[in-house]
Design a protein around this ligand. Structure first.
Ligand SMILES: Nc1nc2c(ncn2[C@@H]2O[C@H](COP(=O)(O)OP(=O)(O)OP(=O)(O)O)[C@@H](O)[C@H]2O)c(=O)[nH]1
Ligand SMILES: [Mg+2]
Length: 367
């Protein structure tokens, strides 16, 4: 080497430069870190918005409805879920057949899970008099009410009212979208409906409001009113009449039920609504009153009255943009901006059909 005496100086200069840049980097990291709790909260919020939602489709279905659920899932995938990949949770009171599992798994890239509903969620509770229940079914059948004589329909309604959200396969989720066999979804949905629910603080979403056969729920309203009297500490959490949607379910200031309900064969909602202590207490009270078996209480009036009393009206959302058919009834959005996304006829929409639809009652209750 030509200048061996320079080596220590070169090392010293390099060391100084290295230390200088290290300090600068550390300083810039320090400067860019959130300086207050507020910045941190905003960042956390922004991060949360991009999180995958803990949400799923819930499908209570029988093996023999495979063709019907295949048709529904094809549409759900095409209209929405091929873009978002939310899992499907299939539930059944019997074991799913390998054919059912194979066929439905092949319909989607999303995860599919299959669960059996056990006896305490689907069956007679010990306090039900099954002989009397059979007599009640016979009585109702004389009135030509759909499913009047069906036992399984009653187990289904009780399960959908008080248990599906407690099935272990749903433990990891916060929101659900209920789907059924043989329905149609008519519109492309290009945004994440679950994020919409969370970001807008919505707890319950529907698209058809219908009038119930009142003969199926003669004592439901009075039972709920009795609950309100007996549990003032629960009711004290509920919104005031003015802030709730109570006018959706009663036309005479709470004297009686008007039969209006959200059609629960389509539901997008928060699972916490049903898992809340308030709802669990209410459901337990209704269950013990026996109306799921001695009458034919549907999950639709039960969910609808509960949501209308327990939620503020701004927590309930009408999904106008989700065109839908179940049996003979359709909701098809009429706003021109949806025309290009939907394949249904707004003139066939149930929304303002006299005597059957409760949309006018809903609109009025919102005021
Ligand atoms: N596993 C199982 N699923 C059922 C049973 N009864 C009904 N379901 C499901 O529960 C949901 C509601 O049942 P539906 O028979 O469609 O009741 P509904 O919508 O009031 O009546 P419809 O107007 O005939 O469609 C559907 O997803 C059915 O597949 C049952 O006994 N076992
Ligand atoms: Mg149905």
């Amino acid at each position: 080497m030509k200048y061996p005496r320079l080596v220590p100086y070169i090392f010293t200069v390099c060391g100084v430069i290295l230390v200088f840049f290290s300090f600068q980097t550390l300083y810039s990291v320090y400067k860019e870190r959130p300086q207050s709790g507020i910045t941190e909260a905003v960042e956390h919020g922004a991060h949360r918005n991009n999180d995958k939602m803990r949400a799923c489709f819930v499908v209570l279905v029988r093996n023999e409805e495979l063709a019907g659920i295949t048709s529904t899932i094809r549409q759900v995938e095409q209209r929405f879920n091929s873009k978002f990949n939310y899992p499907y949770i299939f539930l059944n009171d019997a074991d799913f057949t390998p054919e059912f599992i194979e066929t439905t798994t092949a319909l989607t890239k999303a995860t599919t899970r299959y669960g059996k509903v056990d006896g305490h969620m689907w069956g007679y509770p010990s306090f039900i008099n099954t002989t009397y229940a059979a007599e009640c079914r016979e009585e109702l059948a004389k009135q030509q009410i759909p499913y009047a004589s069906s036992e399984s329909y009653r187990h289904m309604c009780r399960f959908q009212s008080g248990f599906f959200f407690r099935h272990p396969l749903l433990d990891e989720f916060d929101y659900y979208w209920r789907i059924e066999p043989d329905v149609d979804y008519y519109c492309d949905i290009d945004y994440d409906v679950f994020k919409f629910m969370r970001d807008n603080n919505k707890k319950y979403g529907f698209n058809i409001a219908f009038r119930e056969f009142i003969q199926t729920v003669p004592s439901l309203w009075q039972t709920i009113m009795n609950f309100k009297k007996e549990y003032p500490e629960v009711v004290s959490h509920w919104p005031s009449k003015k802030d709730s949607l109570v006018k959706f379910v009663t036309d005479d200031d709470g004297q009686s039920y008007n039969g209006c309900h959200f059609w629960t064969n389509f539901e997008i909602a928060s699972l916490d609504l049903w898992r809340s202590n308030d709802y669990l207490k209410l459901f337990g009270y209704l269950d013990r009153a026996g109306g799921f078996f001695y009458e034919r209480w549907g999950d639709a009036p039960v969910h609808s009255i509960a949501a209308s009393l327990m939620l503020r009206k701004d927590e309930i959302h009408f999904f106008d943009d989700i065109g839908y058919r179940h049996t003979a009834y359709t909701h098809c959005p009429s706003k021109p901006e949806y025309a290009a996304k939907c394949s249904c006829n707004p003139e066939k929409s149930l929304d303002y059909t006299d005597g059957i639809s409760c949309r006018p009652v809903y609109d009025n209750a919102l005021k």
